[in-house]
Design a protein around this ligand. Sequence first.
Ligand code: SF4
Length: 252
Amino acid sequence: MYMWNLWHGCHKVSEGCRHCYVYRRDSSVGVDSTVVHKTLSFRLPLSKSRSGQWKIPPGSTVFTCFTSDFFIEEADPWREEAWKMIRLRKDLHFFMVTKRPERILQCIPSDWGEGYPNVTLCCTMENQLMADRRLPVFRDIPALHKEIICEPLLGKIDFRGELSPSWCGEITVGGESGPEARVCDYSWVLDIRRQCIEAGVDFHFKQTGALFRKDGRLYRIDRKFQISQAGKASIDFHVSVERPSRQDFPEQ
Ligand code: SF4
């Protein structure tokens, strides 16, 4: 798994951003997270080692923009070059997670068509308000691979019968990490799982978060156990269809 942080800096747009780890880390070193700038890693997919090998080997999964948003406004002048690199590295698979699905259509390249085979677009829906607002927009974006991310999951979400494998490959669910983490209730997780199974959409319970409630009892879960505890629940659901192979999303 490789991280490609093309640009750094972001603006908070919804409840899921409240305890953004980018802001937390930047403030600890006196950096203003609201200033969006290109990073030194901008050309990483085309970088080679001294021996002439790609720094990102063929067949790798590349997670983009984990300290920003691929579709943020300030990056408009830089994005075309990013798409060009993505086109050139057809041997990699790129994942982009956004809270700005309303900007995707104006940001995709002219030859996008039904989507690039090596790109998966992911949209975050952390609560009912954001699901109601973002799902209809995201659903209608042309793309060969799309997924929903409910992380940090902040409440019960009713997808209102809109889930379908025809446009959504998977829903990943996770609680909130960090010192100010809000509660993630297991019943919310199970309810999303139920909706995925009924719709035939893959479901992945990635991590519990730091404050996890199960059967009315609240648990504080240390960071190092949040993924393993979710795994122990053993509630992932996979439909047997061909999907781009990848590792899990990086920790935030
Ligand atoms: S969109 Fe992501 S990176 Fe940007 S402020 Fe929100 S949580 Fe942070």
